[in-house]
Write a protein that binds this ligand. Sequence first.
Ligand code: IMP
Length: 182
Amino acid sequence: MIRFVTTNEGKFREVSALLRARGIQIERLDRPYPEIQADRLDDVVEYAVDSLAAEVDGEFFVDDSGLFIEALGGFPGVYSSFAYRTIGAPGVLRLMEGVESPAARFETVIGLHGQGKTQLVRGACRGAIAREARGSGGFGFDPIFVPEGHGKTFAEMTTDEKNAVSHRGNAARALAAVLQGR
Ligand code: IMP
């Protein structure tokens, strides 16, 4: 059984639903791990996987994600969890006041550790920051992110609708391809 190490229930809900639909069962290991401050999600994930590999038996993976807003030079990006804890979604909306382009993207890197190696898979989702928060589903910045080609925010979507277009959905589909291709 592969374990998804995450303290985030929303991430587990999304990834487990997508993998289950492809016949892959996973278990949640709800424990924290060190998240270093680095310029790239890849580095955060590699460090987390290395530190967990010493302590977790069997195959596991972690997910690190970030919201990159173009007009803010990619902020909060790798600092997304700090930004969420401090200024939150309302703070991001305030930063966007008077900003012309709301273009943004979410990125996810999943690090899979097993069979003696670590593999990274990635997913991204282009979209825009909404003018105001909408919806009560999902988690984190979901109420303020509208994926490209859609009128709804992630928080107004069901898990399946979000998975169909999201950064994490794309990364989880890449993970499923790795798991099924071996
Ligand atoms: P983490 O470091 O991957 O846990 O995520 C960084 C921050 O981005 C956290 O505060 C999350 O709440 C937020 N976040 C991560 N994934 C998503 C998502 O799919 N939707 C909205 N917010 C997210």
